[in-house]
Ligand binder design. Structure first.
Ligand SMILES: Cc1ncc(COP(=O)(O)O)c(C=O)c1O
Length: 410
């Protein structure tokens, strides 16, 4: 028996659907970093996207109370009514969206909501428009559902955002979904209300296209402008929009695995069917904690966002000082996404060519001991992603190492 857990799976074993999909590049980069750490190397991993703050105390207390009340049974597939009501209040309060609790599904992280929706609706060969750079999991989830990811590259010139012209050109009779993520992982781009309205104009001309709005970074924004989400900006789209969000990023609860989505009843029912035959639901204790999160005080968030803002400004400032890199200031999420075209074609001290962002990321890992994720993984080569959800000291050391490693390229 092969006990090497990192070995490639035996391809003859795999279903065709699975053959096309890749493991998560961000998790892979983190794994490589951990491997080097185990070998005794001093490695700083800026590859994983999770807040480094503790979950706020009142949320932890709510979980302990749920354990003590013995809330240890199966819950409803869609999530407890208490949590779905809290989610409905959140959507109303923060986004001006009215969903009946039956129009809400709770799952194991926002990730499962996206997955459920694709599994519930994609037929073989259906197309899903994915503006990139995009979260590594989008194309893979589409492939696992038997669909065809239609990648639309959106570079720095458009603020890494999809333009109405690009959207119009990407839509075909087979298009099922547009996946939109704002603030974006990995670029930190945030769509304004006007930009969403312009995209909505195109979508209103194509009534067969549904919208998956991934708002998981809603609370991690640095501008004053109010948050805009498609179903609220263009109510005519609400009947074909799934609004996805969760507690992972805003409440530092990545490991609790709670996400939620609101959408048309028929879609949510179909998603419940998928979930009922897979995970059933997320943990009852995590659900109780999430009620406390959504209904509780948000005063801690100001500190979270201020810490992230300070780190963002430090990281972006340091990146801009590195010859060969370019970096705009991202208005949301906790990632910087510098362009590295200026460094490609150079050679490291051993004479090895750095031909791509993937080569550069491997070089930074091996020579500088800093793990970043290449833009190729997000379907936008020529860039790399730094997660600044790390301590100020780690970021300071990591950026100094990156600067020295880049300066050593010839
Ligand atoms: C864009 C995006 N959507 C969804 C998720 C998944 O979040 P969750 O932890 O709620 O599954 C992530 C996590 O990194 C993300 O970056």
């Amino acid at each position: 028996m092969n006990t090497n857990t990192h070995a490639e799976p035996d391809r003859s074993l795999l279903a065709h659907r699975v053959l096309g999909a890749k493991p998560s590049a961000t998790k892979e980069m983190t794994r490589l970093a951990n491997e080097l750490k185990r070998e005794g190397r001093d490695v700083i991993a800026l590859s994983q996207g999770e807040p480094d703050f503790p979950t706020p105390a009142h949320i932890r207390e709510a979980a302990k109370a749920a354990i003590d009340r013995n809330e240890s049974r199966y819950t409803e597939v869609a999530g407890t009514l208490a949590l779905r009501e809290a989610v409905a209040r959140k959507f109303e309060r923060d986004n001006g969206l009215s969903y009946h609790p039956d129009q809400i599904q709770v799952g194991c992280g926002a990730k499962q909501l996206l997955y459920n929706a694709l599994q519930a609706t994609i037929n073989e060969g259906d197309e899903v428009v994915i503006p990139t750079p995009a979260w590594v999991s989008y194309p893979e989830m589409v492939l696992l559902a038997g669909g065809k990811p239609v990648i639309v590259r959106c570079g720095a010139a458009s603020g890494f955002k999809l333009t109405p012209g690009q959207l119009d050109a990407a839509i075909t009779p087979r298009t099922k979904w547009l996946m939109l993520n704002s603030p974006s992982n990995p670029s930190g781009a945030v769509y304004t209300r006007d930009e969403l309205l312009a995209l909505a104009d195109v979508l209103l001309r194509h009534p067969h296209v549904w919208v998956m709005a991934d708002d998981i970074y809603e609370k991690i924004r640095y501008d004053e402008a109010p948050f805009a989400t498609p179903a609220a900006v263009a109510p005519a789209l609400a009947e074909r929009t799934l609004t996805v969000n969760g507690v992972s990023k805003a409440y530092a609860m990545t490991g609790w695995r709670v996400g939620f989505a609101g959408g048309p009843l028929a879609l949510i029912k179909a998603m419940n069917l998928v979930q009922s035959q897979s995970t059933s639901h997320t943990s009852s204790i995590s659900q109780a904690a999430s009620v406390a999160a959504l209904d509780g005080p948000m005063d801690f968030l100001g500190d979270f966002v201020e810490s992230f803002r300070r780190r963002r400004d430090g990281v972006v400032g340091a990146l801009r000082n590195i010859e060969g890199l370019t970096c705009d200031t991202p208005p949301g999420a906790f990632y910087a996404f510098p362009g590295c075209q200026g460094l490609l074609g150079r050679r490291d001290q051993g004479g090895t060519l750095i031909a791509s962002d993937v080569d550069l990321a491997m070089y930074l890992l091996r020579s500088a001991g800093v793990a970043v994720v290449p833009g190729t993984s997000f379907e936008l080569p020529g860039h790399f992603r730094i997660s600044y959800a790390a301590s100020d000291e780690e970021l300071r050391v990591a950026l100094a190492r990156i600067a020295a490693a880049c300066a050593a390229l010839r």
